[in-house]
Design a protein around this ligand. Structure first.
Ligand code: ADP
Length: 240
């Protein structure tokens, strides 16, 4: 797990006069479940969007598997994103939603069907491939969004608060499901959350952020047991 998947080197991001990320440098390892944790407005989503190539940093460098992220067209980017809002196509079936992103790949039809079938098995929805999104529960829709994002086998999956719209019980179920699927596919996951409990439960390592900076990066138990500052302790300790 020591190979670098994502290298973030001296990143700064400003929107006009507002600096939202300052001097961010760290690496994410291949196959790691990595969380960006911090209060609302601290810059987590902005950092995720830079990693996803949705917009460029003001300065600094971002590499995935040694390649610069900047300037790649969407279909060539090594990342894929799962949003909180799921963003499934309402008029397509579950199977069609999962297969959608495969159509632009140079993949034979039989191979596409195989990927969709395996994806449905992975999310344990093999029986529901013919349903439309509105015929699914919230948790099922979230699993379909996850399977769709994974179908193209990105090198890195970006997840922006994907569970925050779910109620507590479903959220805990989906946390276990996410962890299981991440282990199964072995892809690097970068997970944005403001929920300490969730980050502690899910992550191999996590970055605790505040006001555009990274305060500490480590495994959850080490951050919990040895916070590097009072600010980290206060934020992590506010879990009850
Ligand atoms: P988080 O994900 O931690 O809640 P964000 O990355 O969404 O934080 O936002 C960090 C800061 O950047 C906030 O102050 C937000 O208002 C600001 N911001 C984010 N995107 C833009 C944008 N496109 N233009 C101007 N300000 C932005």
């Amino acid at each position: 797990m020591s190979r670098h998947s994502v290298e973030i080197d001296g990143i700064r991001k400003a929107f006009g006069a507002l600096t939202v990320l300052e001097n961010i440098s760290f690496d994410i390892h291949e196959g790691e479940f990595f969380s960006l944790l911090g209060p609302s407005g601290c810059g987590k989503t902005t950092l995720l969007r830079l990693i996803g190539g949705f917009e460029p940093p003001t300065s600094g460098r971002l590499l995935i598997d040694g390649q610069p992220v900047e300037g790649l067209p969407p279909e060539k980017r090594p990342t894929n994103t799962v949003f909180q809002s799921y963003a499934l196509f309402p008029h397509l079936t579950v199977a069609e939603n999962i297969g959608y992103g495969l159509r632009s790949l140079n993949m034979p039809k039989a191979e596409q069907e195989k990927v969709v079938k395996e994806s449905l098995e992975m999310i344990r929805l093999s029986q529901l491939g013919g349903r439309k999104p509105h015929e699914l529960s919230g948790g099922q829709r979230q699993r379909v969004a996850l399977a769709r994002a994974l179908a193209r086998r990105p090198k890195v999956l970006l997840l922006d608060e994907p569970l925050s719209a779910l109620d507590k019980q479903l959220r805990e179920e989906m946390q276990m499901e996410l962890r299981r699927i991440q282990r199964q596919v072995g892809i690097t996951f970068i997970f944005v959350t403001h929920d300490q409990e969730e980050a502690l439960a899910l992550s191999d390592r996590m970055a605790v952020m505040s006001a555009g900076r990274v305060l500490q990066i480590d495994a959850p138990d080490r951050i919990y047991e040895a916070p590097s500052s009072r600010e980290v302790a206060a934020f992590i300790g506010s879990m009850n």
